[in-house]
Ligand binder design. Structure first.
Ligand SMILES: Cc1ncc(COP(=O)(O)O)c(C=O)c1O
Length: 413
C-alpha cells in the first residue's frame, strides 16, 4: 500500500491536488440520485415521476437512424474524420439559412463540426484564456466553459440572471476593471435552466457591448430551434455585426433527440472558428463520418425538430397549469424543455425550506417527484417536460398524478 501512496501527491491542483478524492463532497446531482434511490426503496409500489431529466425522452427519428445504419456499412466512412467532412458543413450552413435566416456562412471557414457542444465549450478556453483572463458567465448556467476557464488559470465573473430582467444578464453592471480583463462572454438562449428566450434587441446590444469592450461572444444555442407559441428560432449570428464578435454552438442533441450521438457544430467568425479548430484537432480526430452524414441528413429535415417542439409546448401547457393549480407561480416558457419556477419556502405546519435543494429533496422523498434545484440566484426549481410518456393520454395521467401528489401538501410561497 505505502509504496503506492505517491499517486495521491501527483494530482494537478485544478482537480484538487493532493486532496483529490479525499473529501466526501456530494454534489447536487448525486444528492438527487441518492434521494431517488431512497424514495423508491421506501415506496416500491409508487411510480417515481422524473421531472428532472435534462435530455429528450425519445430516440432519434427513424429516418435518421436508418441513414446511420446505411452509412455505417460503407467502407469509405471508416477513416479518422479529423476536422470534419464537407457534406456536414454544407448541411449546417443550409440549416442556418433555412431555420434561422443566417445566410452567407462559409461552410469551409466559418463552420466546424464538434463532438457535442459540451466538448466544444471545454476546448474554447484553450484557444483564448491565459492566466488572469476573465470569462463572463451567467448565474445560474451550464458550467463547462467556466470549469475549463479555471483549468487554464482564468477567472469567472458571474452575471446574475434575474427574473425581473427576463433572465437576461445586465451587461451594464460590470466594472471597467472586470471588462479590462474579460475575454469571453458566454450566453445561452433559450436558456438552461431558466427556459428564458432572448430577443433581437438584446443580441444587438450584446454586439455593441462586445465591440466596445473587445469581447468574444460564445452563444450556446443548444435549444435554439426548440421554440413555440409564435416564437421564431433566433440565432445570435442573425444580428448585424455578430460574426465580427462571436461564434455560436449548435447541437443535434436536443433538437434532433440525438444526445448520445455526440454531434453539433460551431459557426461564426472565421478567426475564432480557426482557433477553435486548431485546438480541436489536437484533442480528437473527429466524429465518425457515418454519424456526420446521418446528422447532415437530420439537419436537412428541420420539421423533425418542429414536431418535438410541438410536443414540448403541449406538455409545458399542462405542466404550467398543474403547477399553478398547486400554488406555484408557473409560467409556460417560450422555448427549451425547462420550466423554472420559485421554490416554496416551506410547508404549513411542517418543515421550512432554506434552499431550493431542501424543497427538491422533500419533493423526491415525500412525493416521488424529481426536479433540479438552483440556488445560485434566488431559490428556484427546474421542471423538465422530457418525462417518459407514450402519447397525450399518458401525459395527462402523469399531470393528474403530479397534481394529486402536490395537493397533499400545503406549500407556503
Ligand atoms: C446549455 C447547454 N449547453 C450544452 C449542452 C451540452 O450539449 P451537447 O449534448 O451538445 O454536448 C447542454 C446539455 O445539457 C446544455 O444544457
Amino acid at each position: 500500500m505505502a509504496e503506492n501512496d505517491y499517486i495521491q501527491q501527483l494530482f494537478a491542483d485544478r482537480i484538487g491536488g493532493a486532496e483529490f478524492g479525499l473529501k466526501e463532497e456530494i454534489y447536487k446531482f448525486e444528492k438527487i440520485k441518492r434521494a431517488k434511490r431512497a424514495a423508491v426503496k421506501k415506496n416500491p409500489n409508487v411510480r417515481l415521476i422524473d421531472l428532472g431529466v435534462g435530455e429528450p425522452d425519445e430516440m432519434a427519428a427513424r429516418s435518421v437512424v436508418e441513414k446511420l445504419a446505411e452509412e455505417a456499412g460503407k467502407k469509405e466512412n471508416r477513416f479518422y474524420a479529423d476536422n470534419g467532412i464537407a457534406e456536414f458543413n454544407h448541411a449546417a450552413a443550409s440549416y442556418m439559412k433555412e431555420v434561422f435566416g443566417v445566410s452567407g456562412l462559409n461552410p469551409e471557414t466559418e463552420i466546424n463540426h464538434v463532438i457535442g457542444s459540451k466538448t466544444a465549450l471545454a476546448m474554447l478556453p484553450a484557444a483564448f484564456i491565459n492566466p488572469g483572463d476573465v470569462t463572463l458567465m451567467p448565474a445560474p448556467c451550464y458550467p463547462v466553459l467556466a470549469t475549463h476557464t479555471k483549468y487554464f488559470g482564468g477567472e469567472i465573473i458571474d452575471l446574475p440572471l434575474l427574473e425581473e430582467n427576463g433572465f437576461l444578464p445586465d451587461l451594464d453592471s460590470l466594472s471597467a476593471e472586470v471588462l479590462g480583463k474579460a475575454k469571453l462572454l458566454y450566453l445561452n438562449y433559450p436558456n438552461n435552466p431558466t427556459g428564458a428566450v432572448a430577443n433581437r434587441e438584446f443580441f444587438e446590444k450584446t454586439v455593441r457591448f462586445a465591440k466596445k469592450n473587445r469581447l468574444i461572444v460564445v452563444h450556446d444555442a443548444a435549444y435554439a430551434a426548440l421554440v413555440f407559441d409564435g416564437e421564431k428560432p433566433l440565432s445570435f449570428l442573425s444580428v448585424p455585426g455578430a460574426k465580427e464578435v462571436g461564434i455560436e454552438l449548435h447541437s443535434l442533441s436536443k433538437s434532433f433527440n440525438m444526445t448520445g450521438w455526440r454531434i453539433g457544430f460551431i459557426a461564426g467568425n472565421e478567426k475564432l472558428v480557426k482557433a477553435f479548430a486548431t485546438v480541436k484537432d489536437n484533442n480528437d480526430s473527429g466524429q465518425f463520418m457515418a454519424i456526420q452524414k446521418a446528422a447532415a441528413f437530420a439537419l436537412s429535415h428541420p420539421e423533425i425538430t418542429q414536431q418535438t417542439a410541438e410536443k414540448y409546448a403541449r406538455r409545458h401547457e399542462m405542466l404550467a397549469q398543474t403547477l399553478s393549480e398547486c400554488g406555484f407561480d408557473a409560467v409556460k416558457p417560450k422555448g427549451s424543455f425547462f420550466l423554472y419556477t420559485k421554490a416554496p419556502i416551506g410547508v404549513k405546519d411542517g418543515p421550512g425550506f432554506t434552499s431550493a435543494e431542501e424543497f427538491s429533496q422533500f419533493l423526491i422523498l415525500e412525493h416521488l417527484i424529481s426536479t433540479v434545484p438552483w440556488d445560485e440566484t434566488g431559490h428556484y426549481v427546474r421542471f423538465s417536460v422530457t418525462f417518459e410518456a407514450d402519447g397525450i393520454e399518458e401525459e395527462k395521467q402523469i399531470m393528474e398524478e403530479v397534481k394529486a401528489r402536490l395537493s397533499r401538501t400545503d406549500f407556503i410561497f
